[in-house]
Design a protein around this ligand. Structure first.
Ligand SMILES: CC(C)(COP(=O)(O)OP(=O)(O)OC[C@H]1O[C@@H](n2cnc3c(N)ncnc32)[C@H](O)[C@@H]1OP(=O)(O)O)[C@@H](O)C(=O)NCCC(=O)NCCS
Length: 221
């Protein structure tokens, strides 16, 4: 039985928090590749390339080599785009965690630690759309400490904080690849209220869908 403790972020946690977030997000690369390979336009491009090369070369070798090359280049490109996304997050709120989350009493950042070692993170700050909504962000649990209820406990910490500070709800976004996270939020009682494809060129090409969730916080009285 692993015993963990949830506490507020301290400046000394900076590197491990950023690393936990980046590692957690990097893990989605294989799922992202599978997601891309299911896109009809990509299947069509690959099938047409294969058939055209087969018809023109009358050999299986060239189309197989060409497809392998295309898939390898695609994998590299996807990896590059995904790492740019992770880097952008690290340059946003995670660049100065203290200033973003702890210098304002309507925000907070927590870590879970096991034997003085930080194994999970979560942040919360007012949503940019509605100030009465608290946005849950940067939930990440180290791989070897998953399935122990740590994420659930961190979520509950955020909900209690929202209640204490008088927020009406806790909101969050998930990407289409974050299946475990969605199951966890739904298990706690978060309701999906919006689901849309990211309105950018990359978003449409990758069919990158965002699900927005909300948890209505009961008032204290
Ligand atoms: C999603 C994540 C935070 C879950 O952390 P965790 O500590 O393992 O979650 P918990 O142990 O608290 O599990 C809570 C619930 O999550 C769901 N869940 C967790 N792992 C799951 C899995 N592999 N498959 C399906 N559901 C899963 C279950 O509903 C579980 O409830 P149960 O134990 O009653 O069945 C963790 O997998 C993670 O850090 N992933 C990478 C980063 C990420 O995706 N963050 C979310 C950003 S929105």
């Amino acid at each position: 039985m692993v015993t963990y403790r949830i506490r507020e972020y301290r400046p000394g946690d900076y590197e491990v928090v950023r690393d936990l977030f980046a590692t957690g997000m990097s893990e989605y690369m294989p799922t992202l590749c599978v997601h891309m390979l299911k896109q009809p336009w990509l299947i069509l491009v690959l099938a047409c390339t294969f058939c055209l090369l087969l018809a023109s070369s009358r050999s299986l070798l060239l189309p197989i080599l060409a497809l392998t090359l295309l898939l390898a280049v695609g994998r590299q490109l996807l990896g590059y785009i995904w790492s740019m996304y992770i880097e952008r997050c690290l340059q946003e709120d995670l660049l100065d965690i203290q200033a973003t989350y702890l210098d304002d009493k309507r925000s907070c950042f927590w870590v879970a630690e096991v034997e003085d070692c930080v194994v999970a993170t979560v942040g919360a700050r007012p949503s940019e759309e509605h100030q009465e909504e608290l946005m849950l962000k940067r939930m990440s649990v180290r791989k070897d400490y998953r399935g122990l209820g740590i994420a659930k406990a961190l979520c509950k910490t955020v909900i209690s904080f929202a209640q204490e500070r008088g927020y009406k709800s806790v909101v969050l976004n998930t990407l289409m690849v974050q299946r475990e996270a969605r199951a966890m939020y739904e298990g706690i009682g978060f309701q999906r209220y919006r689901h849309y494809v990211l309105p950018t060129v990359y978003g449409r090409l990758a069919n990158c869908t965002i699900s927005k969730y909300r948890y209505d916080v009961p008032s204290v009285d």
